[in-house]
Write a protein that binds this ligand. Structure first.
Ligand SMILES: [Mg+2]
Ligand SMILES: [Zn+2]
Length: 184
């Protein structure tokens, strides 16, 4: 039973993947969900994937908004996704300024490794979905499969060719399609 669903997770970037990337979103006014996100998450959840959001929120470290604002946005996402019967298992937030050189900011894989050890995940059965090279690198550094979505800044990321993803998907719904087609 090496691929029991309990060992699997999808790691999700937030801005540009689940919601529009509106540059340092610090209030609910700036939260615009990507329309297909909730149903995509629901399908992954129903297939037994744990769902983790891994997000760099340097707006906190830059002093643009307090960490409470980030929590408020995540409570709002929980409420919206909850309407579709979806629960994010955990939000991992790096609040630091890039120059802090912390150990948790993507592309560092710290949060993925932490989730793997805490939830008993087999990272080779896990996926990271994001729109920036740092998302893809974080996933690859952790040993997960990586999916580039073309929402957010995904088109620019594809053009840069810094990282070769395992899959390029139109959006998170297409990413979910691809994940659900993978053989056990
Ligand atoms: Mg993003
Ligand atoms: Zn950090």
């Amino acid at each position: 039973m090496k691929n029991m669903p309990a060992n699997r997770a999808v790691f999700l970037d937030r801005d540009g993947t689940l919601m529009e990337d509106a540059n340092y979103v610090g209030s609910l006014d700036g939260v615009i969900l990507i329309p297909c996100a909730a149903t995509a998450l629901k399908r992954l959840h129903e297939a037994g994937y744990k769902l983790f959001v891994i997000t760099n929120q340097s707006g906190v470290g830059r002093g643009y908004f307090p960490s409470e604002a980030v929590q408020q946005i995540h409570a709002h996402l929980d409420e919206q996704f909850g309407k579709h019967g979806v629960k994010i298992d955990r939000y991992y937030v790096c609040p630091h300024h890039p120059e802090d050189n912390c150990d948790c900011r993507k592309p560092k894989p710290k949060f993925l490794l932490e989730a793997a050890s805490e939830y008993g995940l087999n990272l080779s059965n896990c996926f990271m979905i994001g729109d920036r090279p740092s998302d893809l690198m974080a996933g690859r550094n952790a040993g997960a499969k990586i999916i580039l979505v073309l929402t957010g800044v995904g088109q620019e990321t594809r053009a840069k060719r810094e990282v070769t993803p395992d899959c390029v998907a139109r959006d998170i719904s297409a990413a979910a399609d691809w994940i659900l087609q993978q053989p056990d």
